[in-house]
Design a protein around this ligand. Structure first.
Ligand code: F6P
Length: 546
């Protein structure tokens, strides 16, 4: 038994959880008219209503006790104070430094890192302004029209999600594209939309060693050189964001066109760094600053609000409750905001690469569940896809509904319909529909009693499905920054409770390692497949080019 599952805080929750499956949320609402007001928290322009969860005040107090016994406040201070909390990579975790709006220094190994952060931000400002104002031009003197970000994982998902989310703030004459997949169709489809003399490529790779990114960058360079560009003009059309300046310059990127980042920024937390360059180019540095300001506001809230009124803490604890005590192993993320289309996919890396771990900080295998499966899609589309299972399937699925009051469109009526749908779904998931109500509805429609009895079981909804509602006034850069930072800190809270390192990602290495040999085997080197299973060998045979 681990010290976590053996702790009194954990055991108290196990005990408490035994009584909860039979408790229906509707009963909790009926019993306490103040419930909605009690389970509600607002900060940084985000209102969280968490009253439609299978929790009581006692549940929450027990969860808070668990957070305290895990030393959450101490770990939080350690992250913000640049301690080496990523112990398997011997690194500090300082994405929060990238949005630090205060004048205070942030010391790492005896050095204030803020001047270096601000220097890169100033370079991003100058460069994005030059491109947007047309003083940075392509080789035939025309302004840049297409920005192609070449990166994968954290060097793609964050900026791609934000560029889509902030589309209403973007310049219509400057298109952004994101190429990530090693599948040649991805780069070729994108290039077919662009013209070499007006295209700017951002090669975005923290390590500058990622197979997908380097090969896509090589394909882009070949396309550029094969379609009118010359070696000397590469510097006007290729820039890079990386910690590995040597590899980037060897690739042929001009040293002046390099944007620095640091090993203390994890890939999945890097959109706040120069990895966010496509965002700055698309919406301008002022809006990028507003995004950082929103995240900083959430950082401040996370650090200063009491745990009882702390958005990331509340979301984190609810997740732990379902994951570890009620046995619900997924979380659906459902933005009722079309521009947040890529948010669930972005969060998949943020959460699952962070907390998908089975060895704790002491090197022991855990005896409890860690990171949940994160998935989702936008409302109302999701209602017509997988909501059936959420309402009447056999798997309980907690869900986060993200709603904004005002749309960027001028179709106010449609916005009200969108919101009405989101609110109605949460209500239906919570309330359910009893056999009596079904019978009444059917008889009102003139359905015979016999038919009513036959159909009723299919039409009953058990309800009691937990949801969080996250509300904002509008999806502005500031609100988006706060929303992303909220989920980042939620992931941190859960990692601390589970006693795992949320900031390494050894699990993605093994497949990459084996891919080298499978590639050699596909290229005809039979020896390379030695040690592979008969299944993989036969698949290699089936796929091998003649
Ligand atoms: O998927 C593994 C990973 O290391 C991610 O953590 C990272 O975001 C991605 O690969 C890309 O890495 P890089 O920015 O070094 O190319």
């Amino acid at each position: 038994m681990s010290s976590l599952t053996d702790s009194s805080a954990w055991r108290a929750l196990v005990e408490h959880s035994k009584s909860m499956p039979s408790v229906h949320m509707q009963t909790l609402f009926d019993a306490d008219p103040q419930r909605a007001a009690k389970f509600r928290c607002e900060a940084t322009g985000i209102l969280l209503d968490y009253s439609k969860n299978r929790v009581t005040e006692e549940t929450f107090n027990l969860l808070l006790a668990l957070a305290r016994s895990a030393g959450l406040e101490d770990w939080r201070a350690r992250m913000f104070n640049a301690d080496t909390i990523n112990h398997t990579e011997a690194r500090a975790v300082l994405h929060v430094a990238l949005r630090n709006r205060s004048d205070s220094p942030l010391m790492l190994n005896g050095e204030d890192i803020m001047p270096a952060v601000r220097k890169v931000q100033a370079k991003m400002r100058d460069f994005s302004q030059a491109v947007r104002q047309g003083s940075w031009r392509g080789y035939n003197g025309k302004p840049i029209k297409d920005i192609v970000n070449i990166g994968i994982g954290g060097s793609d998902l964050g900026p791609r999600m934000v560029c889509e989310a902030l589309k209403p703030y973007a310049r219509a004459d400057l298109r952004t594209h994101f190429v990530s997949n090693i599948d040649g169709d991805h780069i070729q489809d994108t290039l077919s939309l662009c013209e070499p003399s007006t295209t700017l490529f951002i090669v975005s790779s923290k390590s500058f060693s990622t197979q997908e990114t380097l090969n896509n960058a090589l394909a882009a360079r070949a396309w550029f050189l094969g379609n009118g560009g010359s070696e000397i003009e590469i510097r006007k059309h290729f820039v890079a964001v990386t910690t590995n300046a040597k590899a980037a310059t060897e690739f042929g990127i001009d040293s002046d066109s390099l944007f620095d980042m640091w090993d203390w920024v994890g890939g999945r937390f890097s959109l706040w760094s120069a990895i966010g360059l496509p965002i700055a180019l698309s919406v301008g540095m002022e809006e990028f600053d507003a995004l950082l300001a929103g995240a900083y506001a959430m950082d401040q809230h996370f650090c200063n609000a009491p745990l009882t009124d702390n958005l990331p803490v509340i979301l984190g604890l609810l997740g732990v409750w379902y994951n570890n005590f009620l046995g619900f192993d997924t979380l659906a993320v459902l933005p009722y905001v079309q521009h947040l289309e890529h948010f669930p996919g972005y969060l998949q890396q943020g959460d699952m690469e962070s907390n998908g771990k089975r060895i704790d900080r002491n090197g022991n295998e855990v005896d409890y569940q860690t990171g949940p499966i994160i998935w989702g899609s936008t409302g109302t589309n999701a209602q017509h896809a997988f909501f059936q299972l959420m309402h009447q399937g056999t798997k309980p699925i907690p869900a986060d509904f993200i709603l904004v009051r005002d749309s960027h469109s001028d179709l106010a009526n449609q916005q009200r319909m969108l919101l009405a749908n989101g609110l109605a779904q949460m209500e239906a998931l919570m309330r359910g529909k009893t056999a009596d109500t079904v019978a009444q509805e059917l008889s009102e429609k003139g359905v015979s009693a016999e038919e009513c009895e036959r159909l009723s079981p299919y039409m009953v909804f058990e309800g009691n499905k937990p949801t969080n509602a996250l509300l904002m006034d509008k999806l502005t850069p500031e609100r988006l920054g706060a929303l992303i930072a909220l989920y980042e800190h939620k992931i941190f809270v859960q990692g601390i409770i589970w006693n795992i390192n949320s900031f390494d990602q050894w699990g993605v290495e093994y497949g990459k390692q084996l891919a080298k040999n499978t590639l050699n085997a596909l290229n005809g080197e039979l020896e390379a497949a030695k040690g592979f299973s008969a299944s993989t060998k036969s698949l290699i045979d089936a796929l091998k080019s003649e």
